[in-house]
Design a protein around this ligand. Sequence first.
Ligand code: PMP
Length: 359
Amino acid sequence: MSRVFNFCAGPAALPTQVLAEAQEQLLDWNGRGLSVMEMSHRSPEFVSIAAEAEQDFRDLLDIGDEYAVLFVHGGASAQFASLPLNLSAMGERVDYVDTGLWSQKAIKEAARYADVNVVVTAEQNQFTEVPEQKIWRCSDKAAYLHYTPNETINGVAFEWVPESDVPLVADMSSVILSGPIDVTRFGVIYAGAQKNIGPAGLAIVIVKKELLGKARQDIPTCMSYKVVADNHSMYNTPPTLAWYLSGLVFKWVKAQGGVAAMELVNRRKAAKLYNAIDSSDFYSNTVAVNSRSLMNVPFTLSDDRLNSLFVSQAEESGLLNLAGHRTAGGMRASIYNAVPEAAVDALVEFMSVFERDNG
Ligand code: PMP
């Protein structure tokens, strides 16, 4: 078996051990003679898979009983609409922080349903730094304050959690499970699965139970957090395979020592890569040091004409998906939990050889 090092931003690398375990159980889950994909979501077998995955996820992030954990369809993008529909009345004021493209997508969608106030935008620094909170212009009264702790495309991340008098909402799609978080600071945390959680097709929403009664009357039923919570995420058929595989990932994260242990490795991986970039005149990353993502590391080469050569030679060396997002250009290495430190070592080595040959 030969597995490449995969730096894809999402759907991203999964732990090889998880895939092997899923393969072993694929035709015959636990001697039941059928696969997880073929089980009724209401069968005792799947209900136990689902409950165990939720409990492991709660354990990893230390999520208390005052929060519901929802396993839903539609990716993080569906949450861009779900949030205002669940948490605000029609036309009510909602506050948003803009630190990049994913913030902007959330803002654009929310503006269809609510009165969006952009409290600050990082545009003035070309989206290379998180604006400090003292310059934010929050509304007197907003239904919630939304931000994106890790911008997957420009590699800009918050090292801190904003202060907020209103429920704080975070799109943690590309950062969840990469380290400990204090869930009690948040009203809602949501994340598409296909980076640090599991395969695409699933999103997880952590929502404070006291916020469950606020949805609009005309919200699509399957988007209502309350309906989903009351039905243990089985109001309609959930993405069962993605839920199951995510459960295997949670067990894998636990076996690595949990999210605190993951963070240590993630910090080491990111430091190695940023060091390689900063110590060279050939590679550069313009993000302010205090706002650099540990998960998504964008960088450029000194000459853009070398981009395609870099990508193709990297591929030949077993380093996949390094081209930057189509809107950003350059390169981007996504180094989520399941990307091993050896992958970063191999990338750093490749970058040094490429610079020597082309610099
Ligand atoms: N938010 C962030 C921060 C993301 O990185 C992404 C996907 N790259 C999304 C939202 C959208 O996720 P989905 O494709 O699951 O809708």
